[in-house]
Design a protein around this ligand. Structure first.
Ligand code: ADP
Length: 395
């Protein structure tokens, strides 16, 4: 049988021009690819690195058709797209990685949960609800606390709320109009885990190390790689990721977020793109999640995902005030921390909770305990320079 001929990919279109697209640039340059970006604002982070920018909303499929004219393949840094319209574009010959059919079950949290259940992957128990008509027995069936989620367009915890009682839940529901929602069992997890997985067109799969993520107010504050979990749990997480990408014939990179309690795991969410929990890989892994995304969609051999440091701490630099500033002095101080790799996304406006940059620091300890202690010390050092917005904004 002849090998399948795959056209060499030189021009990559990216739907979305935030920091995830911006961080593709060094890998694209190494691989000899140009980046073409579709994003709504000319001050979005990736505009400065793009060879071409189509200034349009990510859900504007006419703009995607325009983007496609210059591109061999189109990939995603933002999943808030118009999928039926992209499916039509695909039928007219535009190549997407992942294909619209592969992400069809990943854009709505209810569809995600149902897909995971069909694949036998564990999730929190859930219930789709209509805020206008939900009955008291529906609202109480999962007990309290309970987690209420917007089915679509949630990110960084926007659209996710933890509610402690029926009156609290009923009150919140009033503000939702007829937005479709998901009600979900609250998992009293020990830690949150995440893993990035890449699958290339040839079906090769590579998983990155399993990491621990820490969310405060539903926004990721820091990540430690690798997570302090048993080999058996790491294997289980990697197998879940593999199972998922194979089942939907996924080509590209995806992130899985999970809850862990003892030996139990629950999949919380799937991101059909690069993810904040994989930023550490830019410096701590032999191949970054960004290079791996480009390799996967170009059907190049996937790179090694091995850590090249004993461990890494990634801290998000979240805005803690409303201000226009480039925070030059703080950035200088952060960059001077030992081994610091600082990324500043070039956003001109700071708002509480907005992701403005991140810093990755090597962890040199040889045991999980040593690395965890080191991470706490380093986190305190980072927060002495860059305040933790949650502690400032607590009511
Ligand atoms: P988003 O899609 O906005 O990222 P998530 O669904 O990932 O929102 O939830 C954000 C955070 O809220 C999670 O990382 C976790 O800390 C908390 N959370 C979400 N669902 C649950 C749950 N079922 N049980 C406990 N905590 C949860």
């Amino acid at each position: 049988m002849n090998a399948i001929a795959v056209s060499p990919v030189q021009h990559v279109g990216v739907i979305g021009g935030g920091q995830l697209a911006w961080m593709l640039a060094p890998a694209a340059q190494r691989l000899g690819m140009s980046l073409h970006v579709q994003t709504p604002n000319d001050h979005d982070p990736a505009v400065v690195i793009a060879d071409q920018t189509v200034l349009a909303a990510v859900a504007d499929a006419l703009a995607t058709a325009q983007l496609a004219q210059a591109c061999d393949v189109i990939t995603f840094e933002n999943e808030f797209v118009d999928l039926p319209a992209l499916t039509e574009l695909e039928a007219s010959g535009v190549r997407f990685c992942p294909r619209p059919a592969a992400i069809a079950s990943l854009l709505d949290k209810l569809d995600q949960r149902q897909l995971l259940n069909r694949l036998g992957l564990p999730t929190p128990r859930f219930l789709a609800i209509d805020p206008a008509t939900a009955t008291e027995s529906e609202l109480t069936v999962l007990g309290f606390p309970v987690v209420l989620k917007q089915r679509r367009h949630g990110y960084d915890g926007k659209g996710t709320q933890i509610l402690r009682s029926l009156p609290e839940l009923q009150q919140v529901l009033q503000s939702y109009g007829d937005t479709p929602l998901l009600l979900e069992e609250f998992i009293p997890f020990e830690q949150e885990l995440a893993v990035m997985v890449a699958r290339s067109q040839s079906g090769a799969i590579a998983t990155f190390p399993v990491v621990q993520t820490y969310q405060q107010d539903q926004v990721c504050r820091w990540v430690i790689a690798p997570a302090a979990v048993s080999d058996a749990l790491q294997t289980a997480v990697a197998q879940m990721a593999q199972r998922l990408v194979e089942a939907v014939d996924y080509v590209g990179i995806a992130g899985l977020e999970l809850f862990q309690q003892g030996d139990r795991l629950w999949v919380n969410e799937i991101a059909p793109r690069t993810h904040n929990s994989g930023h550490y890989s830019l410096d701590a892994c032999q191949t970054s999640q960004f290079e791996q995304q480009l390799r996967a969609i170009a059907n190049l051999p996937l790179g090694s995902t091995a850590l090249q440091w004993p461990g890494a701490l990634m801290v998000n630099l979240l805005g803690y005030e409303d201000r226009q500033s480039d925070y030059a002095e703080q950035r200088q101080q952060l960059a001077a921390l030992p081994g610091a790799c600082l990324y500043w996304y070039g956003k001109t406006e700071s708002k509480p909770g907005r992701k403005l940059g991140h810093i990755t620091l090597p962890l040199t300890g040889t045991t999980p305990d040593e690395r965890s202690q080191q991470a706490q010390t380093l986190l305190a050092q980072v927060e002495a320079i860059w305040p933790n917005y949650s502690s400032i904004h607590q009511p």
